[in-house]
Design a protein around this ligand. Structure first.
Ligand code: AMP
Ligand code: GLY
Length: 429
């Protein structure tokens, strides 16, 4: 029996929590800090995922056997290295990469250079600092529009600009490097070739030696229907994705996953955990847009419900480097996730609205993201509030169930996209 600590507080963590508590091996689950949904499955702990000293004290006091890290920032901040460096806690496995491994997400320049070193297909690029601004302008002049500019560091998904016009691209480059448009994250900027195609998120779980390819998902990043408007953390997800057939997966495995895992080993980068590969399907050829050092949100809410294995056993096999012994079982049905947000998101929004009818939906899983308890009420507590997942025998079927639930649940100023999965339905036809 195991005592588990899960770090994070979003829909992804609620999906992990639900999968973990289904295991007969799960004795107790703590979630730090969690949300109103995770509180129904385990014990929320008022500790920040970035407060490593407090996590250490908690883990020792509560005899935690395994830690699963949801979000990227504790990984980029070195939570794994913190545990390894301390003799009192170094025996406790933490599922997540080392600080160096997390640089695959933490630094665009690091990840692009890593891809180059290991021959992983990606967009052509170069990176620039303020001292090289003029060279940046010259590089932009060699590219065809649209122009892609990326702040090097973590910018909460907001550090990427795609511009149609050369002068605009030069102005934005100057704003990022000269005027700190994205703060420290933008002190270095990666300029890259635009990849034209359909995007897909692929996920790999690795124990450092072996790996498993998890179900893929399509994410819907923009706030508005038809992919219009501002970027968000993600407004919906569908898994599987129709064009990700055996031949495409084979290409991804040979050209991207194997060189990535081999590259990490060759460079002695300790990496035990999830690798999220953001891909563009460019005319049937996969090219990497980005790596993330964790699972996606809301993709996890569509992917994890399709994994039929004991999820805790999967995490334990990862920690003990025995993933090769696991026989992976995936539900063939389609999972569709619709994210309900607070009106105003990704800009400013109010919190604290009571969420009604949460327990009056059937045949669907309601994952909490930005929620908390207020007395006996569940209230909104973030931009992304709920992630509603349904399984169905077709995309239409799964989507229809999630929308029926989204329609029924309500709180003031609730908003969700109405077109999740529509693009994939037309791909199938
Ligand atoms: P990233 O933060 O790197 O995921 O970029 C955010 C979004 O910008 C991606 O999800 C893509 O939709 C888009 N994007 C990033 N890089 C490129 C590229 N080279 N070509 C086309 N679209 C891109
Ligand atoms: N849904 C995209 C992400 O988790 O980064």
């Amino acid at each position: 029996m195991s005592v588990i600590l899960l770090l994070g507080s979003g829909g992804r963590e609620h999906a992990f929590a639900r999968a973990l508590v289904m295991s007969v091996q799960c004795e107790q689950l703590f979630i730090a800090p969690g949300n109103a949904g995770t509180a129904m499955l385990g014990t929320n702990v008022d500790v920040s995922p970035n407060d490593f000293e407090s996590i250490k004290a908690f883990v020792l006091e509560n005899k935690v056997d395994l830690i699963l890290v949801g979000p990227e920032d504790p990984l980029v901040n070195g939570v794994v290295d913190f545990f390894e460096a301390d003799s009192l806690i170094k025996h406790i496995p933490v599922i997540g990469p080392s600080k160096m491994g997390a640089q695959l997400e933490g630094s665009k320049e690091f990840s692009k250079n890593f891809m180059k070193r290991h021959g992983v297909p990606t967009a052509a690029y170069a990176s620039f600092t303020l001292a090289k601004l003029e060279e940046g302008y010259r590089f932009l002049e060699t590219l065809r529009p649209p122009y892609v500019l990326k702040a090097d560091g973590l910018a909460g998904g907001k550090g990427v600009l795609i511009l149609d016009n050369l002068q605009e691209a030069k102005d934005e480059l100057k704003a990022m490097l000269g005027d700190a448009k994205f703060g420290k994250a933008g002190e270095k900027v990666v300029i890259e070739e635009f990849l034209d195609g359909i995007e897909v998120s692929m996920f790999v779980l690795t124990d450092g030696k072996n790996y498993k390819i998890l179900p893929e998902a399509k994410d819907y990043k923009r706030i508005g229907d038809g992919d219009k408007g501002l970027n968000t953390g993600g407004m919906g997800a569908v898994s599987p994705v129709p064009f990700v057939d055996e031949s495409f997966v084979h290409k991804v495995e040979e050209q991207i996953i194997k060189p990535t895992i081999r590259g990490l080993a060759e460079e002695k980068i300790n990496y035990i955990g999830f690798i999220f590969i953001g891909l563009m399907n460019v005319g049937g050829e996969p090219k990497v847009i980005e790596y993330n050092c964790r699972m996606g949100d809301p993709e996890t809410e569509a992917v994890v419900p399709r994994i039929q294995n004991d999820f805790l056993a999967l995490m334990q096999a990862t920690a003990s480097q025995q993933l090769d012994k696991i026989d992976f079982k995936i539900d063939p049905r389609t999972a569709a996730t619709v994210v309900m947000v607070s009106g105003g998101y990704p800009g400013t929004f109010e919190k604290g609205y009571t969420i009604k009818n949460l327990d009056q939906v059937n045949d669907t899983i309601v994952f909490h993201a930005g929620t908390k308890m207020n007395g006996n009420d569940v209230v909104t507590n973030g931009g992304r509030v709920l992630a509603i997942t349904s399984l169905g025998n077709s995309i239409e079927d799964a989507i229809q169930k999630s929308y029926a639930a989204a329609h029924h649940i309500n709180y003031d100023y609730a908003y969700y996209r109405k077109d999740i999965g529509q693009d994939l339905i037309s791909l199938v036809k």
